[in-house]
Design a protein around this ligand. Structure first.
Ligand code: ATP
Ligand code: MG
Length: 330
């Protein structure tokens, strides 16, 4: 395995099913130790891409390699490098948790002498100790998801691919799974797909948004937010001489622009909206400047924090505009 190669490399990947294009020329790389979030609406091509990466589905075109090994020609070796938790996480209903992990560990050719200790470790990691002797079919959804994750990381593969690992979990269980994935950071390369966008934002180093089989946005969550949603905004309620406000605000930071001024309410307060390209939080400086100036009174200050959900909607809408509206000038 060449050491310098990225953990995952995808170039011009195409997949068609009987003439229907599910994946249309996707390219990306994932560095070793990186956690990548894979986002997209239903039918975007997430599961199809993941199945191709894991060697379970042949591509129609393009190139995929895992730790330098081409999946198309060396699928058996690639499967050993990947822990894969497929969509819907199919598990044998009638096996007990430890029994199942033991069986999977043997299939993954973990040495018998090490397997017991490793199972004990993943049971701990996935908080499964309490249910280790239970029959999988009788476990709750959250526990079953965790059994799927335990299975994926069991053989300590360099690459972990999980298709919607948090789907159907309650917020408490989502926290546990998020923690678990975070603990893999730096040790394993991870791709997770999800619809729960704040989860991706908190867990992932980088996000890839796909729609209709194409990459519509990629980058660190904060960069994506900036790129797609534009400047950050502050909202402020101020009473007093608003004609002098622009100068005061410019004095706090020249990048701040007074964007909208509302009509004064009965108490004389106006709502203001300020826009800036700067990332740093200017709230404290704004408050200090206003408090120090007797011409103004202020009532509230807030900063708009667009969520990744907004980014996702903006990015997929942008691509829908492009794909579905060829008559538009975009
Ligand atoms: N085996 C198949 N045969 C035919 N079409 C398929 C097959 N698998 C997937 N598709 C089609 O490929 C497209 C992408 O599906 P895919 O399952 O990859 O999407 P997804 O992003 O995982 O969606 P979801 O969020 O619903 O899981 C869809 O239009 C789907 O109908
Ligand atoms: Mg899917």
């Amino acid at each position: 395995m060449p050491d310098s190669s990225p953990a995952i490399e995808v170039r011009n990947l195409v997949k068609s099913f009987a003439g229907v294009t599910a994946v249309s020329n996707i390219s990306f790389t994932v560095a070793r130790g990186e956690i990548l979030g894979f986002l997209g609406p239903n039918g975007a091509g997430k599961s199809t891409t993941m199945r191709i990466l894991t060697g379970f589905l042949p591509a129609t075109g393009g190139h995929v390699s895992i730790c330098g090994l081409p999946v198309a020609t060396r699928a058996d070796e690639v499967k050993r490098l990947i822990g894969y938790m497929p969509e819907n996480n199919p598990l044998p209903e009638d096996m007990r948790v430890t029994e199942y992990l033991h069986y999977r560990g043997r299939l993954k050719e973990i040495a018998r002498s090490k397997l017991g200790d490793r199972i004990s470790e993943v049971l701990d990691l996935c908080d499964l100790k309490r249910v280790r002797h239970r029959i999988i079919g009788k476990l709750s959804k959250g526990y079953r998801q965790r059994v799927g994750i335990a299975e994926a990381i069991l053989a300590e593969p360099p690459v972990i691919i999980m298709d919607e690992p948090t789907i159907g979990l309650d917020p408490h269980q989502i926290l546990i799974v998020r923690d678990l994935i975070s603990r893999l950071r730096g040790k394993m390369t991870v791709i997770i797909s999800s619809h729960i966008l704040p989860e991706i934002e908190m867990t992932c180093d980088r996000v890839l948004i796909i729609n209709q089989g194409r990459v519509v946005a990629a980058g660190a969550p904060a960069d994506l937010r900036r790129e797609i949603l534009g400047p950050s905004r502050y909202r402020l309620e101020v009473a007093g001489d608003t004609t002098a406000l622009a100068a005061l605000i410019g004095g706090v930071d020249p990048s701040l622009k007074l964007d909208v001024i509302g009509e004064p309410d009965a108490a004389g307060f106006r709502a203001l909206s300020l826009a800036t390209d700067r990332d740093s939080d200017l709230g404290e400086s704004l408050l200090r400047a206003l408090a120090a100036d007797s011409r103004f009174r202020f009532r509230s200050l807030g900063r708009d924090h667009p969520t990744l959900e907004d980014v996702f909607l903006a990015a997929t809408r942008r691509s829908w505009d492009v794909v579905d509206a060829p008559q538009s000038s975009k």
